[in-house]
Design a protein around this ligand. Sequence first.
Ligand code: P53
Length: 476
Amino acid sequence: MSFPSDFMWGGATAANQFEGGYNEGGRGPSIADMQTNGAVDKPRIITRVPDENLYYPNHQASDFYHRYKEDIALMKEMGFKTFRMSISWSRIFPTGEEEKPNEEGLKFYDDVFDELNRAGIEPLVTLSHYENPWYLTEKYNGWADRRLVNLFLKFAEVCFTRYRDKVKYWLTFNEINAGMYPFGQYNGLGIFNEGSTDTWNLKDIPQLRFQGLHHQFVASALAVKKGHEINPDFKIGCMVALTANYAYSANPLDQVANQLSWQYCNYYCGDVHVRGEYPGFAKRIWKENGVNLVMEEGDAEILKEGTVDFFAFSYYMSSCISTDETLKKTAGNLFGGVKNPYLKANDWGWQIDPKGLRYTLNELYGRYNIPLMVVENGLGAYDTLENGTVHDDYRIAYLREHIKCMEEALEDGVDLMGYTPWGCIDLVSAGTGEMKKRYGFVYVDFDDFGKGSGDRYRKDSFYWYQKVIRSNGEDL
Ligand code: P53
């Protein structure tokens, strides 16, 4: 079984972690600009104003803003069919509340899309990837406030209209369920990406978190509907973070706990996006979290009319769910996640599990029956630059095994549109703010404090991935 001939091979990035140029071209600050750097054992913090004694890695990021031509040429050399990127909301609306968009910001993305077009690469664009305009967090506490819905819709409409003939594939919210997934300092808060809970005290307030999520669902559905009006050929997807959870044992208690974890972490958001309504178990989740969800009149219809065309997701790892308190906890898993004795983890504790991708693809396709796309996957690892290259056989091994499992899933009958490994050109880590947690086929010469030439170097995986794309996944 081989990959379909129109399979969308490529790579993925996000403006906040890749673009830089944070104060150029009339751009306003985003929530990502207020996050300091951290490490595997040191959470990033968020400051109300930049503190000159602290370092903010997203300001410079990988400097795609100035190097996009060079970067797109590298993607072309690898044979990319598609490139996932995001539009920085605050580059278009610096505070989020302007009447008119910032022309210089719009022009920047015109240039990027034109360059991609010349290279024969189809853009796949995320509208919101952890980068709300900072002003909206300050004034409204972000998505906790319903007024964000119309502000987002205005932004989406401007993008859809302006890039109507340049971009066909869109995603509304990156990892909309990030607040449901307890990873590291994200710990169920959804603070950095959504600003939908108590941003200042880094405290989870479920009422705000679930209400903020609801506002995003409404905004996403309205955007999907508007996008299809603007161009009926648009393909607009959702984006959900997927971790394959397994029951640790055959104990029925573990099995049920695992089922609940899938409902809470994955299906709560996926169901609203794909089916256009909250699943039955949502009521129980609200009750257990003391949430009184406010739905306005007409919301149910909006959700129904704005269902997505495809389901995109990120997949990095799996975890085990156990009800046995004595078992050792895997870092930061609320659901009693425990280490899987059959798996190894990377240096950040993420358990590597290619088979889990096949499992996940089948679960999702079985539930939703719409095209799927793996828009993030990859190995965060320390790389050593030697004589202008990196011998990253560990990364090749990781990606090869995941591609094999996607092939298995195709064999299983799953409709899979494409694959865009994360951070195809090195970028700043969302979780830790480090540069040295690298995912790319291309090495970017910046360290954790943004020092270095910023020059690009092809890693061994660059040539390997080029071969994979050229053979349409045959030659792994
Ligand atoms: P980093 C946690 C778990 C799974 C996905 O993550 C996650 C996170 C957040 O850390 O986020 C996605 O950079 C996200 C990207 C992010 C990527 O995974 O922490 O959509 O922005 O960079 C990898 O290694």
